[in-house]
Ligand binder design. Structure first.
Ligand code: ADP
Ligand code: ADP
Length: 228
């Protein structure tokens, strides 16, 4: 479902963050992306949802070369991709419910269907009882659960997460992982950049290791492989 061919990314300041990446990720896979800070993990991930464009190379997502996508077509393309960030990126003036419904309002879903879908994803992340609260009334783990609910409310084919447990304590991180496992069990591809050695070595999945903008290791049921 995601293929990169000979992908290079050079930022305007001259830093080369992707230095010839070739990869294929199939529908339904769970993939960890590991590597030191500055290795190029975020760049790799951002190129998958057209947050960054590569300098050269092909990136095919669901049959479409997204490097050739017009800017006007990017929002439509992104509906099939859920994104989760380390710092949640919830809208502070909207309630939990509204933060999630927002993703459906932009596609002009009916109020009835919106309510049904929002309640379904709130159920999945176990936060139905906090639908009326605002983000700053929630713990970090709860805010991340809202952000995950938002990422899946459009039923995307893939959820991409950039260090989703980076700001959370160990117990909360495991709870967040349980939700990603559940999402993956329902058939959604999950791609997650992480520094969480414990999680990677315990919940075994494919591991892609990046160093200096290159994939240096790609193993099914791999290990974290760094000392942190
Ligand atoms: P990681 O996620 O593994 O920490 P990044 O993809 O964020 O790695 O960064 C890879 C390299 O690209 C780093 O040297 C970083 O400083 C650089 N970089 C990232 N984003 C930008 C940017 N917008 N402009 C210039 N350099 C950047
Ligand atoms: P955690 O143990 O996950 O860090 P907290 O101790 O931050 O969680 O919060 C415990 C509970 O109290 C959570 O359910 C959270 O929603 C609620 N809570 C925390 N801060 C506030 C607040 N400012 N207003 C209302 N509820 C809050």
């Amino acid at each position: 479902m995601i293929t990169m061919k000979e992908v290079y990314k050079r930022y305007p300041n001259g830093v080369v963050a992707a230095n010839g990446i070739d990869i294929q990720i199939d529908q339904g896979e769970f993939v960890y992306v590991v590597g030191a800070s500055g290795a190029g993990k975020s760049t790799f991930i951002k190129m998958m949802y057209r947050e960054e464009k590569p300098t050269s190379g092909q990136i095919i997502v669901n049959g479409v070369d997204i490097t050739k996508l017009k800017n006007s077509k990017v929002p439509l393309f992104r509906r099939n991709i859920g994104v989760v960030f380390q710092d949640f990126k919830l809208l502070p003036k909207l309630t939990v419910y509204e933060n999630i419904a927002f993703a459906l309002e932009v596609i002009e879903e009916s109020p009835r269907v919106t309510k049904k879908k929002v309640m379904e994803v709130l159920e999945l992340v176990n936060l139905k009882h906090k639908a009326r609260m605002f983000p700053n009334e929630l713990s970090g783990g709860e805010q991340q659960r809202v952000s995950i609910a938002r990422s899946i409310v459009n039923s995307p084919l893939v959820v991409i997460a950039d260090e989703p447990t980076g700001n959370l304590d160990p117990d909360t991180s495991w709870e967040i992982m349980r939700i990603f496992e559940e999402i993956n069990a329902r058939g959604t591809t999950v791609i997650m950049a992480t520094h969480n050695k414990e999680i990677v070595n315990t919940k075994k999945h494919r591991v892609i290791a990046i160093e200096n903008g290159l994939i240096v290791r790609d193993e099914q049921r791999g290990d974290y492989g760094y000392e942190n």
